[in-house]
Every structure is written in C-alpha cells, then in structure tokens.
Design a protein. Sequence first.
Length: 211
Amino acid sequence: MSEPIEFEAFPKIPRYRREVALTEKIDGTNAAIRIRAMADLPESGSPLPIAVFPYIDQHGNDLGHHGIWAQSRSQFITPQKDNYGFAGWVQRHAEELVKLGPGIHFGEWWGSGIQRGYELREKRFSLFNVARWQPDRQTPPACCHVVPLIGYLMPADINIELEKLRRSGSLAAPGYMKPEGIIVWHSQSKQYYKVLIENDDIPKSQVGHGG
C-alpha cells in the first residue's frame, strides 16, 4: 500500500555573509577518538575498546571507567588493524587521552609518511574543535595538537587568508611551504567547506591526494 502524501516545507535559507571560522586544512588522514563510560555500554553489539581508564573530570570528580576507541574516516580501527598507526598511538597515550572526556573527538592524523608529510619526523593528531580547545578555554592533552585557527572573519576574507597561507607557508608546520588550504566553518549553515590552494576546481577523484 502506498504511503500518504505528507507536507514538506522548503528549508530556511541561512545568510551567507555571516562570520566564518578559518583554520588551516592539514593534508593527512581523518581520525577520531571516541570515549564513553563503560557503564553506559549495551551488553552486546559494541566493538571492544582498545583501552579502559578511569575518567576524572576537570572538577576532580571520578566518573568511573571509560572505554577508548580509535576511528578512521569509515570504521573503528585497532592496533592490529590500523590506519597509519593511529590506533596504536591512541592505545599508547590512552591514559592521557581519556582527559578529552566523553564524546567523539575528530581530528587529522598527519606527518611523517602520511600524504605530503610536512617534512616531519613524527606523526601528530590535531583536533578540529578550535572553539573548545584553545589556551584561554580548555587545554587539550599534551599529546594532542589543535588545527591552527586563522581567525573569525567574513567570507570575503577567505581568498585574502588563502594567499597569506600560500606566501607564508603552513601554520601547523612552520617552514613547510606547500600548505594545502583552508577549512571554513560557516556559523549560519553549520557546515564545513574546504578551499584548496591548488586544484580547488578539480574533483578529488582526479587529484593525487587530499582529505
């Protein structure tokens, strides 16, 4: 039997000329750390955490043991089935990473041996949430970085900041002169966009790398 017709309204259109947050786009691989209280897990159906540690919040409250999981863009990963060593890194730093607190913490896993490498000898994990992880707000675990915040500006400033990045080099890896581009967080549409220094008009499938 066919479903009845239901009314569907046209969505509200956000205003384009509103403040945007600009951060450097780092050319690595998408990654995430998921943290959840073990007491909240269902009896079955969840993958096993790669580590479990007690979580003490910023006020000193012991909130019980929390599991820690590592993710690539498309799946949970483990040190045995890894993505550029990210899960192994998470396992080694789990006691510190649990301080990120419950939730999913997205970021970029980048550096030596990943995409353009940035002439680094090590790999780094840079958190995306610049609104939370800033020195004047909340400090991330010492093993984590945060993607460089270029500023809270207007859309008309994007090309100006892109040119500055092209001329001055990477903010995430000072001295590296081939940064990839900028990530734009549009406050009205609640949407991320990427603007590349090179090949911005070419589909990703036709470019050698990019995330």
